[in-house]
Design a protein around this ligand. Structure first.
Ligand code: BGC
Length: 761
């Protein structure tokens, strides 16, 4: 008996020691196993439900419709609910009034900043500075978590090559290499080192997958592409976000291979989980499940089951899971294992965020004052915005302007705060945003005179203007005649030394459901610009754009063009910094600007075809080209001017024959040959000359942003390994093939020096 007792004691000791030594993963499993044992089927399905914030009014969370559902355990989380008070009140209902007291997760579209807004993502990517991009996400996370949010629907990493698609504004442009780098930086910035930290928020990479390849650039439209293109060109940024540890993924609205992404098992399970080893949970995009009814996939019960079986775990808004899964289970259309798995992954996310330890971890009201819209955050936003602007043209060095004389500031985008933050800035306060007029006036003080006139409405068509200025971003349509508006502008132009024309798109002319078939500057503004040019005064176009625009006429007729995108809260100040030369522009395009909308989709990393057009040629009969426009972009990928000049020389390779896993060093000498300090993005491109499948004419494989003082020279070196040569072949095997490679380094995808190397296995 004594021996028996001793044995039991030793066993118990061993169990205790083991429990103490449990890995964090095992601990989480033990906790969730125990919790799930207590859960009813309804409560499990409830965790998969993500309604919008609905009717919650401060002080009445418990009595709202959502409040009732939360008490019943029928809600896993909420999204786009703003303010720590509201979130705290709702969380209280969940952890005090529901049976199992499971905390809610709170999501939001924190896309390019929270209250402090950074430039739109497309602009952010044009900084080519991953530290700054990570910093912007870190600040966004700090501010959002101070206001109760712990989950962001970002980064959006959809490769987009068709400027007609309005959501091109929300991503990083056309290229998988820089797109992957940005994806990684954003996930790191949002999530920090540990999701349990109070300033960390879980990221949700979206929209998986291929949303940016919608046919004709029309939002939500069909997508269809080869597996080869998918794996080589469109999937890498999602994978990069997953590799960086993104806690969740959002399914896209579009179909892939004839099956909507939301019900696509190949995407959600075969690729995401099996190939990439993703361990987090997948949420639909909005009513993605319900929309499968219109896609033609069946009734709500059928499509909900399809989504769950494909690998979707949380249902945003549509309540297909909530209302049909129980029935599907009883009819054998889904399994308990599938429901349990989805529930577990959502509980795990909450566990990883530390919400079971402290459901109110993001509900410390004092942080609202200390962490949101701080002077440091605002300063960072201003700096980052200056780095995102792209200088297209600067004839006769009109820019930078001197802070003297009289400057005419003209255009419908010149005196608007609402339109500065850009699309998807849901949490910001427009009143805090700095307009161009305010920014310039502050910068010049009393040393120069700024005269302002609107000059024109956004466009002649008032109905179009209503659709293009939604969500409180109105431009106060002026009731005066077009002629009266123009004459007022011409009158101040006549009194001025230089004209700054703030023209282009309003902020809601890009973003979701904002596709355009005509991507020029709207008619009323173009006519105004023509009239301003006719005055003979120097004109600088400050181009507001959420997409690449068709600005061929402008490129030929306006002496200086600075593309300022939508620069965030500090847009006006940042524009002043660059216009007056406190900062030299250093942004470079991550998306090609076409000469004509008819060239779309347009991207630098195209295939050669069997009938390529000769270098520098416009048209040759029976070659791949157009009769009416050359194949070139107006402003190519990687392009952007500076106030100084950079000279590239001495492209050197460490070898011309390389074997196996050796590293090839490719270097170039860059000299700042102008007379002011500035930054330059040095770009490395590689072409695989022969492959088992056709390969692009060049692919970005490295970049470095360097700072050079006037007259300074630096050698920039890239280490190239076989990793940089890999691609997916027709069996979807990721590997490199031996042979000849062209190594190119330069200041844009169009301006490179090159040397060849032979690389054997
Ligand atoms: C968008 C998503 C967004 C979601 C939630 C959808 O309409 O496509 O990008 O995250 O709404 O607001």
């Amino acid at each position: 008996m004594k021996r028996m007792q001793r044995l039991v004691m030793i066993c118990m000791l061993l169990i205790t020691v083991n429990a103490g030594a449990q890995t964090p993963e095992a601990k989480m499993k033990t906790f969730i196993d125990a919790l799930m044992k207590k859960m009813t089927l309804d409560e499990k399905i409830g965790q998969l439900n993500l309604p919008g914030s609905g009717d919650i009014v401060t002080g009445q969370a418990s009595n709202s419709d959502i409040g009732k559902k939360i008490k019943e355990g029928a809600v896993g989380g909420l999204f786009n609910i703003k303010s720590v008070e509201k979130i705290k009140a709702v969380q209280k209902v969940a952890v005090e009034e529901s049976r199992l007291k499971i905390p809610l997760i709170f999501g939001m579209d924190v896309i390019h900043g929270y209250m402090t807004e950074f430039p739109i993502p497309l602009a952010l990517s044009c900084t080519w500075d991953m530290n700054l991009i990570e910093q912007s996400a870190r600040i966004a996370a700090t501010e959002a978590t101070a206001d109760g949010i712990n989950w962001t629907f970002s980064p959006m990493v959809d490769i987009a090559r068709d400027a007609r698609w309005g959501r091109i504004a929300e991503g990083s442009g056309e290229d998988p290499y820089i797109g992957s780098a940005v994806a990684k930086a954003m996930v790191k910035g949002y999530q920090g080192n540990d999701l349990k930290n109070t300033t960390s928020m879980m990221s949700c990479v979206k929209h998986y997958a291929l949303y940016g390849a919608a046919e004709s650039g029309r939002d939500y439209n069909t997508t269809d592409m080869s597996r080869l293109r998918m794996f080589n060109e469109y999937l890498p940024p999602y994978k990069a976000a997953v590799d960086a540890g993104a806690g969740s993924v959002m399914a896209s609205f579009n179909e892939v291979d004839g099956i909507p992404a939301t019900g696509n098992r190949f995407l959600m399970t075969d690729v995401l989980r099996k190939r990439w080893g993703f361990k987090g949970f997948v949420v639909t995009d909005y009513t993605g499940i319900n929309e499968m009814i219109d896609h033609g996939m069946g009734d709500l019960q059928t499509v909900s089951a399809l989504a769950l079986k494909a690998g979707i775990h949380m249902d945003m808004v549509g309540e297909g899971f909530l209302t049909t899964l129980k029935k599907s289970l009883s009819e054998g259309k889904v399994t308990l294992k599938e429901i349990d798995n989805a529930c577990r992954l959502i509980l795990e996310a909450k566990y990883k965020l530390g919400l079971f330890d402290n459901p109110y971890k993001n509900c410390d009201e004092s942080r609202v004052k200390t962490d949101i819209y701080t002077a440091a955050n605002v300063k960072a936003a201003r700096h980052i915005a200056t780095e995102s602007f792209v200088l297209f043209k600067n004839q006769g060095n009109i820019l930078p302007l001197k802070k003297t004389g009289t400057i005419a500031l003209i255009g419908p985008l010149a005196n608007t705060k609402d339109n500065m933050p850009g699309t998807w800035s849901v949490a910001t306060d427009f009143e805090k945003a700095v307009s161009v007029k305010e920014g310039l006036e502050k910068a010049v003080g009393n040393s120069a005179k700024i005269l302002y006139a609107k000059g024109s409405n956004l466009m002649y068509d008032s109905v179009y203007e209503v659709n293009a200025t939604m969500f409180g971003r109105g431009l106060n349509r002026d009731g005066r005649s077009d002629e009266a508006l123009r004459n007022e502008a011409l009158a101040i132009a006549a009194q001025s030394d230089v004209i700054l024309a703030a023209l282009g798109e309003a902020s809601e002319m890009s973003g979701e459901s904002s596709s355009r078939s005509d991507i020029r500057i709207p008619d009323a503004q173009r006519d105004l610009l023509k009239a301003l040019i006719k005055t003979g005064k120097p004109v600088v176009l400050l181009l507001f754009a959420g997409r690449p625009m068709e600005i061929k006429w402008e490129s030929e007729n306006v002496p200086a063009i600075l593309n300022v995108w939508f620069g965030g809260s500090e847009a006006g100040n940042a524009i002043a910094d660059v216009v007056f030369g406190d900062v030299s522009p250093s942004g470079k395009l991550t998306t090609s600007f076409p000469q004509s909308v008819g060239q779309l989709p347009l991207y630098y990393a195209h295939k050669n075809t069997g009938r390529p057009l000769g270098e520098g040629k416009w048209f040759e009969k029976f070659r791949s080209n157009y009769l009416d426009v050359s194949n070139d972009a107006l402003y190519p990928f990687g392009f952007g001017l500076s106030y100084t000049n950079f000279t590239y020389s001495d492209l050197l390779l460490s070898a011309t024959n390389v074997k196996g896993n050796q590293t090839l060093k490719a270097s170039v000498t860059v000299t700042n040959s102008g007379n002011r300090e500035a930054k330059e993005v040095v770009q490395l491109y590689i072409r695989d000359m022969v492959g088992s499948v056709t390969r692009p004419v060049k692919e970005l494989k490295g970049f470095q942003k360097i700072n050079l003082k006037a007259g300074e020279t630096k050698t920039v070196t890239f280490n190239i390994t076989p990793e940089d040569l890999k691609f997916y072949n027709s069996d979807l095997v990721y590997d490199w093939e031996p042979g000849e490679f062209e190594i190119m380094i330069g200041s844009s995808s169009k301006d490179v020096r090159s040397k060849k190397v032979n690389w054997v296995k």
